[in-house]
Design a protein around this ligand. Structure first.
Ligand code: GLN
Length: 296
């Protein structure tokens, strides 16, 4: 059978299983099975596949039909134009999280930025995208999972930024040795009940997805650590889920009444990032506690 026929049959199998982006996924899996780049695949559409080649491809399609994410099957995912290694120890970077990077870069143009922390870094996608684009900034990347940090470390090596990113193991902001100018975080924010459904998420580390009964447990815990680890005039950018914007804003407004807080929508019009900017001078909250502790 020819490459084009096998590709079309694989696509058909994924469509029947109602897998989104069936065309793209079938192509990625066929390229992976044959070890070909995109252009090479399209130059070989009329070549006959060997029995072994087509067996390899169908084996990958079977994994995908069993809900295993394509990124785990191939071990790669592109994010912000960079190729990241991924495995079952880390969340697969999502295109919508590029909004965190874009927003952070926008802030870096406006405010002096010497240090950034990526909290719960996973594969390192956010920290590395920022390090590659902001060559003078020192970046900390934390994660509670040592196996996730192993993946982040090999991605840092791959993108030549191992000397610019300090990988730290620990809970949220706790391992940071100093307060920073900007905190970016894609913490677990999925409601735990949503995680019982068997879909591609099922294969991802629940540690990176499970935000407790209302999805906001990790975000609230981070909130209580921010005051000690964010410099005056600094910013916090948090990825949030559908319908969480209002609750997250209320929570942070209470913690930081003088901060400028807003929600930023993604390309689909869904509020995806909460942005919080601390005022550049010390102000006291109603409870009398300073909302930022260090001078920048
Ligand atoms: N957006 C991801 C999802 O819906 C969740 C990522 C997260 O919890 N940080 O699967």
């Amino acid at each position: 059978m020819k490459v084009r026929e096998v590709l079309s049959q694989g696509r058909g199998a994924l469509i029947t299983a109602k897998i989104d982006d069936a065309s793209l996924e079938a192509e990625v899996l066929l390229r992976y099975a044959l070890g070909l780049k995109r252009v090479q695949l399209y130059l070989q559409l009329d070549r006959e596949l060997s029995f072994k080649e087509s067996e390899n491809f169908w084996q990958l399609i079977r994994l995908r039909l069993n809900n295993e994410p394509t990124a785990y099957i191939t071990g790669h995912r592109e994010f912000y134009g960079l190729d990241f290694d991924v495995d079952g120890n880390v969340l697969i970077p999502r295109p919508e999280s590029e909004l965190l990077v874009e927003t952070a870069l926008g802030l870096a143009l406006e405010y002096p930025m010497h240090t950034i922390a990526d909290v719960g870094t996973g594969s390192g996608a956010l920290a590395i995208s920022l390090a590659v684009t902001l060559p003078r900034v020192k970046i900390y990347a934390t994660d509670i999972s040592s196996s996730a940090l192993g993946v982040a470390q090999s991605n840092c090596q791959k993108h030549g930024v191992l000397n610019r990113i300090r990988l730290l193991q620990g809970d949220l902001l706790e391992p940071l040795p100093e307060p920073v100018n900007l905190i970016v975080a894609n913490l677990p924010y999925v409601r735990e009940e949503a995680l019982s459904q068997v879909n591609t998420r099922y294969f991802e580390p629940h540690l990176a997805l499970d935000g407790g009964p209302d999805g906001l447990e990790a975000i609230r815990r981070l909130g209580t650590q921010v005051g000690a680890k964010l410099r005056l005039g600094g910013g916090l950018l948090l990825e949030i889920g559908l319908d969480q914007g209002e609750a997250v804003m209320v929570f942070f407004r209470h913690l930081f009444p003088s901060a400028e807080i807003k929600l930023i929508p993604d390309g689909c019009g869904i509020d995806r990032v909460m942005s919080l900017l601390l005022p550049p001078a010390i102000l006291l909250t109603e409870s009398g506690v300073s909302n930022a502790v260090m001078l920048s």
